[in-house]
Design a protein around this ligand. Sequence first.
Ligand SMILES: Cc1cc2nc3c(=O)[nH]c(=O)nc-3n(C[C@H](O)[C@H](O)[C@H](O)COP(=O)(O)OP(=O)(O)OC[C@H]3O[C@@H](n4cnc5c(N)ncnc54)[C@H](O)[C@@H]3O)c2cc1C
Length: 393
Amino acid sequence: MQPTPEIGPLHISPCWEVVIVGAGPAGALAAHGLANRGVRVLLVEQRLFPRWKVCGACLSPQALAALEAAGLADLVAAQGGQYLERLQLGIAGLVSPIALGAGLVLSRSRLDQALMEAAVAAGATVLTGTRAVLGAAATGLEPNREVVLQKGTARRSVSAKVVLIAAGLTHRAIDDEAEISTSIQPHSRMGAGCVLPGEVAELPPGVLQMAVGHGGYVGLVRIESGEINLACAFDRAMLRSGGGAAVACQKILAEAGFAPLPALKEAAWQLTTALSRRSMPLAGHRLLLLGDAAGYVEPFTGEGMGWALTSSLAALPLVLSGLEHWDGAIETEWRRLHRRWVTQRQRSCRVLAVVLRHPRISWGLHRLAGSFPSVAGSMIGLLQRPALPCSTH
Ligand SMILES: Cc1cc2nc3c(=O)[nH]c(=O)nc-3n(C[C@H](O)[C@H](O)[C@H](O)COP(=O)(O)OP(=O)(O)OC[C@H]3O[C@@H](n4cnc5c(N)ncnc54)[C@H](O)[C@@H]3O)c2cc1C
């Protein structure tokens, strides 16, 4: 896999129809969809690709349906994505298998690179290694929005008729808190993750090992390289109690009934900020927020990419009409569509997050799931059933 050739902010046109900040699944799919419809799109990403990011690397049926609707049905399999067949759920020493069957596993390095390449093939221009910050909307009547691009010491402003902020959890792409502010849910967990050498665990491909403990949970899955992708959500207190993510992870694995993992201490851990958060409002003048940048709920059900990709599909018709004429009705409609396609689907995840904080209840449910694994599999299938906005490639 070749890194994207670098071009700098000084070498690109100052005027765009759409500028998208962030080339994760939300930003890259939006860029792909708009470029396919003949829109002049600039996709700006602060990291150099391919890049790894903290994520369980499991694509839900919703995520796969969104890719299919975008005309990218084969993308995951072509990158070596593997079927997710079984969940091995461990709580309080009881480990039960639960059949899955409609998801795929692919590392974020490969997935995000492939989505970015699809956007480029559709005609989008991509700037990597470049940070983007939204300029102020002075009166809310301007025909364009300004975005400031910075790469090292090179800095330039570009303008766009519409700006999409798809910059993930921390989205430092909007400085003006009066325009968009983020509230973090009290006691929100923090994310952490790393990649381990394949030989550290006896984990067959297609099996997601999930350990649930008092201070959080840990998910492990074998990715296409043969390595183990590890992603966790921890209470802050657990992380602060000494030893950091490696020790917290080891404690949860032991409590759940899984074998300890060597090499956790030597692993190159990445941490996230608080996970459960919401941005308000979700739209502004010539501006929409997509994916995690709009809001996120901690990741137990592994649906974040599905929400992100669905939000991109749902936003496309609004962006196209906003290119013709922008008014407040578009902002209101985006709040409605986002509630319909994302916020409502996040509810079950929010409920699960609360249940998981009560070890007795989650242990009781787990015992039930262990006794009736096919019912548990069907329940998970029901929670993850795909549904999409009417938007086609
Ligand atoms: C522990 C954990 C486990 C998870 N497991 C799963 C799972 O198994 N399945 C699943 O579907 N989801 C999972 N998720 C959620 C998933 O990772 C996210 O929901 C998904 O990545 C959201 O996509 P996005 O495009 O909105 O944001 P991101 O993927 O975060 O992409 C945002 C991009 O914007 C870039 N960026 C940020 N600021 C700027 C800026 N100012 N200028 C330019 N670029 C910028 C970032 O570098 C990044 O590349 C998990 C999350 C966590 C924390």
